[in-house]
Design a protein around this ligand. Structure first.
Ligand SMILES: *Cc1c(COP(=O)(O)O)cnc(C)c1O
Length: 407
């Protein structure tokens, strides 16, 4: 097999369909799927050299697999990093990050608004191994700087947040991390490299759940860390080949093919999300719309700078209501009146999804924690897909239109 040589300085859309191609002897145009657990060795001496890592060559898919390698090369090309390492899910990528970088006695500073399972991983699992995490405001770099300690090894951020679309300034956090001798990891699930390349703003590690926009069609779980090659070779690969949280070749192939349409999907989904957010703002039954693409978003300027001028494809809104009970009833009514949207918490799909965060993704929080996070009972989250925008507006208008607006 021979890796295709590409000219330098190609654009992201080109890399998304061309990077990482290694054609076999058959010259297939679409990437082959190497669904095999092990690889036959030419002879015993070659096997010995390959197992001793003295010679290149595939031996076993827990160590490396050509389809998984192709997906890693393509994703690294899109993120503008030297390398990437794929994992079985997005959470496995964060587990790998922690296992690779942290030791007992280390300290982590993390946004308080990251994905719920990320908080459970840091507080519920890593704490068992003597790693302490301090949670700080998503939007206030001063709070991040104040939380730094001599033993702080890692800053962990996600931008924009789910479901309220708060941003953090990646460049500011990278500067704080590096000034304190720490490293910055950014979960780039919500924007994907089509909108935001955290490496350009100084992030050391970019985390992906390939489950979301990279696959883009809601089919598989996948994850990855994008970073310098020395971290992949010396820190992460020794862990995955031993601990085994590797990506299946089949799932890698699905994500590899999904990435080919990433840019065009993201452009279309962001465009519809902006149209939907603008329309929602005009509805009397809607109290507030959360969307970074709206000029009224408090961090609109940062979003435009950091996210290639696009707001992303997730829009949340609060219902007008006079009580908590009415807020929840109104939100449920709007969700249940849809006939096109899927009622599910997943996102990053071509199919638009609609969810009630307070009773689903954030249902395990106490009411006080939810209130502190700003996630009310009247909040509805829509992850906009590829359906026609007029059909999506009509789908939400069904429920909104039949609600009485309180005086
Ligand atoms: C879904 C998600 C994850 C976890 O990814 P899985 O592939 O489901 O393990 C992590 N971070 C963010 C922001 C996510 O949306």
């Amino acid at each position: 097999m021979k890796e295709m040589q590409l000219p330098p300085d190609l654009h992201l859309d080109t890399l998304a369909v061309r990077a990482g191609i290694e054609r076999s002897q058959y010259g297939e145009n679409s990437e082959a799927l190497y669904l095999t657990s092990s690889f036959v060795q030419p002879d015993a001496a070659s096997a010995a050299r390959r197992f001793a890592q003295e010679e290149e060559g595939y031996v076993y898919s827990r160590v490396a697999n050509p389809t998984v390698s192709a997906m890693e090369i393509r994703l690294a090309a899109l993120e503008g990093t030297e390398a990437a390492i794929a994992t079985s899910s997005g959470m496995a990528a964060i587990l790998l990050l922690g296992m690779g970088l942290l030791r007992a006695g280390d300290h982590v500073v993390c946004s308080q608004s990251v994905f719920g399972s990320t908080i459970k991983l840091f507080s519920g699992e890593f704490s068992k191994f003597g790693i302490e995490t301090t949670y700080v405001s998503q939007t206030d770099p001063v709070a991040w700087a104040a939380a730094m300690r001599p033993n702080t090894k890692l800053l962990f951020a996600e931008t924009p947040t789910n479901p309220l679309t708060d941003l953090c300034d990646i460049q500011a956090l990278a500067d704080i991390a590096h000034a304190g001798g720490a490293l910055l990891a950014v979960d780039n699930c919500f924007c994907s490299p089509a909108l935001q390349q955290p490496k350009r703003f100084g992030a050391d590690f970019i985390i992906h759940s390939g489950t979301k926009y990279l696959d883009g069609q809601g089919r598989v779980l996948a994850g990855a860390i994008c970073c310098d090659k020395r971290y992949v070779d010396q820190v992460f690969l020794p862990i995955t080949r031993t601990a085994g949280m590797v990506l299946s070749p089949f799932n890698a192939w699905v994500v590899l093919k999904g990435m080919e349409t990433l840019s065009i999907r993201m452009q279309a989904q962001c465009q519809s999300a902006l149209a939907l957010a603008t329309w929602l703002q005009q509805q009397p039954q809607v109290a507030h719309v959360y969307y970074p693409g709206l000029p009224s978003h408090p961090q609109h300027a940062l979003a435009m700078r950091q996210q290639s001028g696009l707001g992303g494809a997730v829009v949340s809104f609060d219902m007008v209501a006079t009580s908590v009970e009415q807020a929840r009833a109104n939100a449920f009514h709007v969700i249940d009146s849809t006939q096109v949207c899927s009622i599910t918490t997943n996102l990053g799909d071509t199919k638009t999804t609609i969810a009630h965060p307070a009773t689903t993704s954030h249902g395990r929080l106490t009411e006080a924690q939810r209130q502190a996070a700003g996630i009310g009972q009247g909040l509805v989250r829509v992850a906009v897909g590829l359906e026609n925008i007029e059909d999506l507006k009509a789908d939400l208008a069904r429920g909104l239109g039949s609600l009485k607006v309180p005086l």
